[in-house]
Design a protein around this ligand. Structure first.
Ligand code: NAD
Ligand code: MG
Length: 398
C-alpha cells in the first residue's frame, strides 16, 4: 500500500488523480489532501477517501472545513493556511506527493515534500520553471524522486530509456543517443483566429480549450502558448537538456503527446486520448502500468494527424519563455510571476488578451535580479516581478 498526499486536490489534476486512486484501493491510500478555498469539494473527498490530514491555504475555508469535519464526526485533522499546507506536504508520512497546486504557490510545499525523500508526481510546472536547479538538487540531497505528470513530459519520459528515467534532472541525453526532444502542443483555441482579432478575445473563449479540459490559468496559458513556453523550461530541467535539444511542434489533434528523436533516425512517441489520467497513472504506478479509466484510442476513427511550426507573431509568450530560458532562472522566475499576474488580470477582464505578452515582456526587460541560490531568493525575484507587473497593468489602465 502506498500513501498519497494530493496538493491541489480539488482542481482539475487533483480530481483526476483521485479518480485514478479510486480505481486502486489495493494499491493506494490517501494520507493528505490540500486545497485553497473549495470547501464542498474538500468535504466530499474527506468523506470518500478518509485522509488522516487535510490543509486549506485559506484560513477562512479551513475554519469552515474544520466545523463540518466535526459535525460529520470525520476522523481527520485540519491544518490552516500556507504554513499548514507546507507542514502537511513535508510531514513525511506520504510515499507519493502529487504536486497539483496551480502557480508559484506550489513551490514551498513541493520543496518541503522533496525534503522527505518521497516520490513527487509533478504537475505544477511553475515550480520547476522557478527553481529547476535548486529543486533537483534538493530532491537529490534528500533522496526524493520526481516523476512528471505534465502530459508532454510524461510522453517524453515514456519514450526515453530506463537509465534516463532513473536519473531525471541529471541524465545525459547525448549518451542515450537522443538527437531531439519534440515537444508538441495543440496551439490552443486561437490557432486559426486572425492575429488582428486576438486583442478582442474574452476570457470565456480563451478558457474553452478545443481538446483538453483544465483549470482556468493553464487554459489561458494554452491559448497564449505560454504553457508550451513553461513546458519548454520544465523539459530543460527534467531532462537536463540544452535549449537546442528541444523543438516545439504544433499538433492540433493532441493525439501524440510528445516525441523523442534518436541519432539513428528512430522517433519514439507516446499516443493516447487527451485525458490526464494516463500520465497521472504512469507517475503513480511507475515502474508498473496501472489502469486509469481512459478510453482506448481507436485508430480507425482518428482523423489525420497534422503538424506545423509555431508562429511567434501569433504566440509572443512562447518566444519570451524561450528567451528567458536562455537567460536563466532569475528570468524564468520573473516570466512566470509576470504571467500569473497578467493571466489573473485577463481573467478578471482588466486587460486584453494581447496585453498578457506586453506585461511579461515589460517585466522581463526590467529584471535586474541576480541568479537565485536559494528558494528565498527565488521568491524575492517572484515578488519583485509581481510588483512590476501590477505597476505596468495600473499604467495600462490609467
Ligand atoms: P486548478 O485551478 O483546476 O486547480 C488548482 C488546485 O490548487 C485547486 O485544488 C486549488 O484549491 C489549489 N490551490 C490553489 N492555490 C493554492 C494555494 N495557495 N495553496 C494550496 N492549494 C492551492 O488547476 P489545474 O488545471 O488542476 O492545474 C494544477 C497544476 O497542474 C498547474 O500547475 C498546471 O500547470 C498543471 N497542469 C495541469 C494540467 C491540466 O490538464 N489541468 C495539465 C498539465 C499540468
Ligand atoms: Mg502539458
Amino acid at each position: 500500500m502506498r500513501y498519497v498526499t494530493v496538493l491541489g486536490a480539488t482542481g482539475s489534476i487533483g480530481k483526476s488523480t483521485l479518480d485514478v486512486i479510486r480505481r486502486h484501493p489495493d494499491l493506494f491510500s490517501v494520507y493528505g489532501l490540500v486545497a485553497s478555498t473549495s470547501i464542498d469539494a474538500m468535504i466530499d473527498s474527506i468523506r470518500e477517501f478518509k485522509p488522516k490530514v487535510v490543509a486549506m491555504s485559506s484560513e477562512k475555508a479551513a475554519i469552515e472545513v474544520l466545523k463540518r469535519v466535526k459535525e460529520l464526526q470525520l476522523p481527520c485533522e485540519v491544518l490552516f493556511g500556507d504554513d499548514g499546507v507546507e507542514t502537511l506536504a513535508g510531514d513525511g508520512s506520504a510515499d507519493i506527493v502529487v504536486g497539483a497546486i496551480v502557480g508559484a504557490a506550489g513551490l514551498r510545499p513541493l520543496i518541503a515534500a522533496a525534503k522527505t525523500g518521497c516520490i513527487i508526481a509533478l504537475a505544477n510546472k511553475e515550480a520547476l520553471v522557478m527553481s529547476g536547479t535548486i529543486f533537483f538538487e534538493t530532491a537529490k540531497k534528500y533522496g526524493a524522486r520526481v516523476l512528471p505528470v505534465d502530459s508532454e513530459h510524461s510522453a517524453i519520459f515514456q519514450s526515453l530509456p530506463f537509465e534516463v528515467q532513473e536519473n531525471l534532472g541529471f541524465c545525459n541525453l547525448k549518451s542515450a543517443h537522443v538527437d531531439k526532444i519534440l515537444l508538441t502542443g495543440s496551439g490552443g483555441p486561437f490557432r486559426d483566429t486572425p492575429i488582428k482579432d486576438l486583442e478582442f478575445v474574452d476570457a470565456k473563449t480563451a478558457i474553452a480549450h478545443p481538446v483538453w479540459s483544465m483549470g482556468p490559468k493553464i487554459s489561458v496559458d494554452s491559448a497564449t502558448m505560454m504553457n508550451k513556453g513553461l513546458e519548454f523550461i520544465e523539459a530543460r530541467y527534467l531532462f537536463n537538456a540544452d535549449d537546442g535539444d528541444i523543438q516545439v511542434v504544433i499538433h492540433p489533434q493532441s493525439v501524440i503527446h510528445s516525441m523523442v528523436s534518436y541519432e539513428d533516425g528512430a522517433v519514439m512517441a507516446q499516443l493516447g486520448n487527451p485525458d490526464m489520467r494516463t500520465p497521472i497513472a504512469v507517475a503513480l504506478g511507475f515502474p508498473e502500468r496501472i489502469s486509469s479509466g481512459v478510453n482506448r484510442l481507436d485508430f480507425t476513427k482518428l482523423s489525420s494527424l497534422t503538424f506545423m511550426e509555431p508562429d511567434f507573431s501569433r504566440y509572443p509568450c512562447l518566444k519570451l519563455a524561450m528567451q528567458a530560458s536562455k537567460s536563466g532562472q532569475s528570468a524564468t522566475t520573473a516570466l512566470n510571476a509576470a504571467n500569473e499576474v497578467a493571466v489573473a488580470s485577463f481573467l478578471e477582464s482588466k486587460i486584453k488578451f494581447t496585453d498578457i505578452s506586453c506585461v511579461v515582456d515589460t517585466v522581463l526587460c526590467s529584471n535586474t535580479c541576480k541568479e537565485p541560490n536559494s528558494i528565498d531568493e527565488v521568491l524575492s525575484i517572484d515578488e519583485s516581478a509581481r510588483k512590476r507587473a501590477i505597476d505596468y497593468i495600473g499604467k495600462l489602465n490609467g
